[in-house]
Design a protein. Sequence first.
Length: 150
Amino acid sequence: MKHALALIVLGTIFAGSAYAADPIVGTWKLNVANSKFSPGPPPQAGTRVYSESAGMYTLDQKIMGVDGKQSVTKLTYRDGQEVKQSRAADSTVAKKVDANTWDFDINMDGKAIGHVHRVVSADGKMLTVHNTGRQGEVAAADDTMVFDKQ
C-alpha cells in the first residue's frame, strides 16, 4: 500500500511539472542599471507582461523614455509561426530554442530587419533580451535589456 501511494505521489509531481507554465509568463521589471542601450540614452523604466493561451503568447510592454514619454507595445507570437504585427514591423517569426530561450526575427516587406534573442535564467528570476537591427523608430540598435521577475 505504501509503495502504491508513493508511486501516485511521484506520478502527480511529474505530471504537474510536465504541464508547468512557461517561465516567461508573468510580469518583468526593467533593471536599467544592468542593461545596455546603443545608440542613445537608456529609458527611465520599463515593464513587460507576458501571457499565454493555447500556445499563443502575448507581450504587453511599457517603456518610459528619457523624456518621460511612455511607449506601449503589444504583440503576439507562436512558436514556428509568422505572426502579423501592426507597429514598426510587418511580422514576427518566433522559434523556441529550449524551455528558457526563444529567438525572434522581425520582418518588414518580407525581409528580416531585426533579431531578438530572449533568455530566462535557470532560476526564473532574470530575463535577458538582446535586440539587434532595426527596433521601432531606431534605424539600428544593439541593446541588451535585463528584467527582474516581479
